[in-house]
Design a protein around this ligand. Structure first.
Ligand SMILES: [Zn+2]
Length: 390
């Protein structure tokens, strides 16, 4: 609600109240006390509900923060898994390429072996065919012993050469086969690692999806609580106005206080740090644009809060978002409010003097740190305290 709408709302509510009060006072003079008591109880209940909702909202915010941390970690894990997966895939591709090369080498070695075997066999067969007695025939066919020796040597060397070559190729082939086997083993290992990473990535994705779902739900709950608190705060404000009017009416019947006139006294002597001025602002806790109905004076815990003018205490106690609050009626439609106190030094009905200690400052209610929330109201409508303070 913006300031103008709220002001207009206050005025129409006030008008309605005055009318109904006039009716009430005409026909039921005892009704005031009962009605006041009833409204006060109602206000207490609303304030209790606000406190509960605030607690629930805080729980949800904590849960949300937890979840967001978890999500950040999960997302980090996901990125890490993807990186590991890419690395494994690269390794796998490299191994596949090496295996392919080794297979080709193996095929070539096998072919060479086959060729050499073929040549060896042919040579042996040719030698057997060259005489009825084969090798022996070749040897015995020699013309002399020297010739025999040299033929024998050549043959021996030829056979040895063939045999060496074949065994060399065989060894080579075995070596290549071993290397290929080793590569296949490595590839299988990398593939199983890759599968494990893929499974983990899938699990992480499922975690991410479920956590995101919970976060969405929490966000919705948070919104619900926020709007419930808003509704309750509005209700509280309405009740405040009603009580105010009833009390003002009651005060006028007995020894009504009269405003002395002039400027109001500064509520925290010696502390002049205004941390938040009067006017519309972004609420630091409710996270919505709201009218700031007073000024915030930054204090330490336990600073002495004093009455701005002579008057009667018309409220002293817990007041929802205001925490421990004091409301003083100064007469002639002027009242002041002192919120977020750590302790109160006056009670309802007390008559107080300007400058009299009424509370110790604190951070109760909807507050993020020790300060005094100070309001001035004219006929129940919040006005800028700076226009009234000395
Ligand atoms: Zn304030």
């Amino acid at each position: 609600m913006n300031h103008l709408v709220r002001s207009r709302w206050y005025l129409s509510t006030a008008l309605l109240l005055i009318l109904s009060l006039a009716f009430y006072s005409a026909f039921s003079p005892i009704g005031y006390a009962d009605d006041l008591q009833q409204k006060k109880e109602q206000l207490q209940n609303v304030q209790k509900s606000i406190e509960e909702k605030k607690k629930q909202l805080n729980d949800i915010r904590r849960e949300k923060a937890d979840l967001q941390n978890q999500l950040a970690i999960i997302q980090q894990n996901l990125v890490q898994s993807q990186e590991q997966l890419n690395k494994a895939q690269k390794q796998l591709s490299k191994l596949e390429a090496s295996i392919k090369i080794k297979s080709e080498e193996l095929d070539a070695a096998q072919k060479r072996l086959n060729d050499e075997n073929e040549i060896f066999k042919k040579r042996v067969v040719a030698m057997y065919k060259s005489g009825p007695m084969g090798y022996v025939g070749v040897l015995l066919d020699s013309n002399n012993f020297l010739d025999f020796l040299s033929r024998y040597e050549i043959m021996k060397r030829l056979i040895k050469y063939d045999k060496d070559l074949i065994s060399q190729i065989t060894m080579q082939k075995e070596d290549i086969a071993r290397q290929k086997q080793e590569l296949i083993k490595q590839r299988n290992e990398v593939a199983s690692v890759k599968n494990a990473i893929e499974r983990r990535k899938k699990e992480i994705s499922i975690q991410l999806a479920s956590r995101s779902g919970i976060l969405r739900k929490l966000n919705m709950q948070e919104q619900t609580y926020k709007s419930q608190i808003e509704d309750l705060s509005n209700e509280s404000e309405q009740l405040t106005a009603i009580i105010k009017k009833l009390q003002e009416q009651a005060a006028q019947r007995k020894n009504a206080v009269r405003f002395a006139g002039g400027k109001l006294g500064w509520p925290v002597p010696g502390v002049y740090d205004i941390t938040d001025p009067f006017g519309p602002r972004y609420h630091p806790i409710l996270k919505v644009e709201r009218m700031h109905t007073g000024i915030d004076i930054g204090t330490s815990y336990g600073s002495t809060v004093v009455a701005s003018a002579d008057g009667r205490v018309i409220y002293a106690g817990w007041f929802g978002g205001y925490g421990n609050a004091v409301v003083i009626d100064h007469g002639d439609g002027i009242s002041t409010l002192y919120g977020h106190n750590s302790s109160l030094l006056v009670k309802e009905g007390d008559m107080v003097k300007r400058g009299q200690a009424i509370a110790k400052s604190g951070s109760t209610g909807l507050s993020t740190g020790p300060h005094l929330h100070f309001e001035v109201r004219k006929d129940g409508v919040p006005v800028n305290p700076m226009d009234w303070l000395k």
